[in-house]
Design a protein around this ligand. Structure first.
Ligand code: GTP
Length: 342
């Protein structure tokens, strides 16, 4: 297999912007720090630009600019330098509030951003949709897309690509949105998708995700469409695995003297201790015949697959899957070895 040489693509920055109280800090806390959504209710307003770094498949920096900031406040940060270095601009709009001023602010920012960095990805979160009815969500999205389009036309910026997402911290929509945004910053994504397609084909998976264990963002998946229920089941399976064997401490605090692998079947749970060199693995067969398969990968990632094994054939199928997953992991290691920054 040929691996792609990626030019310094092991690092990317996401800039999070939006008016005051639109939900920027809450999004960061919930997605990247596992804070429960209700615990964000009384967050203090952010007053200074903040930057946080996360290690995943790519090294990610999330910069949050407080909503109260005058956009181009020269004393606080060098906006030209910042905008020229970011991969994606994520703009958060509070859909439960009057949003016309947010849209004006967004148009000004887009105009500036594309003038500095024409390759920037512009991502708009129509946020807090938990407070809107199904119908009203779609009406709001349509209205916002229309208005943003009109504003950009006024600025002579009709060719600018913008992606819109309906999000809430109270369900999986925020993870889905961030997954798609982060994937746009992964240069190797097409190669990864191909590898996952092959894995799926040879292992009879119905769906496979490459998850960032800490955030539950999926950094890649096979090319079949994502259905949110399957995503939810797989993300929850990571939590179950963490509860079962302390995977979290081991992979993120890097105290890995001992790694456990667990296999669950129906209501029976077997836990086996593996040596430190063994990756964590967890298999669970659900009552409805679906098997969930998790295997720890490199860089805080886990491969999670869903499959329907034929009865009586479990042992053979699992060993085939194990074999194919081991090959996938080796390819991933090689790919990332090649794309490391020098
Ligand atoms: N209903 C609902 N409330 C949310 C959601 N996301 C955030 N909030 C609430 O919105 C309020 C403001 O959130 P923050 O995260 O502090 O907003 P911010 O954009 O960081 O605000 P500044 O720091 O002032 O710029 C908090 O009370 C959150 O609990 C959501 O998806 N739905």
């Amino acid at each position: 297999m040929d691996y792609i040489d990626s030019p310094a693509q092991s690092r990317a920055t996401i800039l999070l912007m939006g008016l005051r109280r639109s939900g920027k800090s809450s999004i960061c806390k919930v997605v990247f720090h596992n804070v429960r959504p209700l615990d964000t209710l009384y967050l203090e307003s952010t007053t200074k630009p903040t930057t946080e770094s996360f290690k995943s498949l790519i090294d990610l920096a999330v910069v949050e600019l407080p909503g109260q900031l005058n956009l181009f406040e020269p004393s606080l940060y060098d906006s030209e330098k910042l905008f020229s270095s970011i991969g994606a601009l994520v703009y958060v709009i509070d859909s439960q509030d009057e949003y016309l001023s947010a849209l004006q602010n967004l148009a000004v920012i887009i105009k500036y951003a594309v003038s500095i960095n024409p390759r920037i990805h512009i991502e708009v979160l129509i946020h807090k949709i938990d407070g809107l009815s199904e119908d009203f969500r779609l009406d709001t999205q349509r209205d916002i897309m229309q208005r943003v389009g009109d504003d950009l036309l006024d600025y002579g910026l009709e060719g600018v690509q913008i992606s819109f997402y309906l999000t809430s911290i109270f369900d999986h929509s925020i993870y889905e949105a961030f997954s798609r945004i982060v994937q746009k910053l992964i240069y190797e994504l097409p190669a990864l998708e191909n590898m996952l397609d092959l894995l799926m084909q040879y292992s009879n998976f119905d769906k496979v995700f490459l998850f960032d264990i800490n955030s539950k963002i999926y950094v890649a998946t096979d090319s079949s469409p994502v259905d949110i229920q399957t995503y939810e089941v797989c993300a929850e399976f990571i939590d179950v695995t963490i509860d079962l064997d302390g995977l979290y401490q081991i992979s993120h605090k890097q105290k890995s003297n001992q790694i456990m692998a667990s296999e669950t079947s129906g209501s029976n749970t077997n836990m086996d201790l593996f040596s430190a060199t063994e990756p964590t693995k967890c298999i669970s067969k659900l009552q409805n015949g679906v098997t969930l398969y998790l295997h720890q990968m490199i860089r805080g990632l886990a491969l999670v697959g869903v499959n329907r094994l034929e009865d009586g054939d479990d042992a053979t199928s699992i060993s085939v899957i194990d074999h194919n997953v081991a090959i996938f992991k080796k390819s991933l290691e090689k790919m990332w070895e090649r794309s490391k920054l020098s």
